[in-house]
Write a protein that binds this ligand. Sequence first.
Ligand code: MN
Length: 209
Amino acid sequence: MSDPVSPNTGTLPLVLPRLPYPEDALEPHISAKTIGFHYGKHHQAYADNTNKLVKGTPFENLSLEEIVRKAAGDPENAGLFNNAAQVFNHTFYWQSMKPNGGGEPAGELAEKIKAAFGSFAGFKEEFAKAAATRFGSGWAWLVVERGKLKVTSTPNADTPIAHGQTPIITIDVWEHAYYLDFQNRRTDYIASFLDHLANWDFAEKNFAL
Ligand code: MN
């Protein structure tokens, strides 16, 4: 559970942190089969590609987050950005969920969510809408930007850390995240995430950073 968000401390190769729970721990909402492919194949491939792309380049000695920020917006490094950002995003996503999650955050994060969205229900509605309306592949996030909480979504591999935002919690809405369990019913997957999986302990920790 204490695996760092950034698995690359500057030594190659980049190694994926272990999942913070067994592959079947999120059932019946997300199956072991989905997690097995998503973590074992998709996430692993992004890490393998990142390792190949940085080899022998000035990126080689940077941390994962530095690689993402440096490659962002640089057309010559679009492939590296996509793979490195996806390594970061997925590591963040695994931690954004836990068995018997859902419910509501506590403490200062709860207060700030009420202040920003009117109520926790108001936040849920906005987050679910951002996740459902992200056309094609991408992510929905709760972030802090210039001291303020906001809901956002990013296309494909794009990530808040490339835009000066601090991520608090995320949901992956690429089809590979839910298709085996929900087929085309993305909104049911989003509802399951919010009601049964969201890890507010992790979110509170990110908010306090
Ligand atoms: Mn994914």
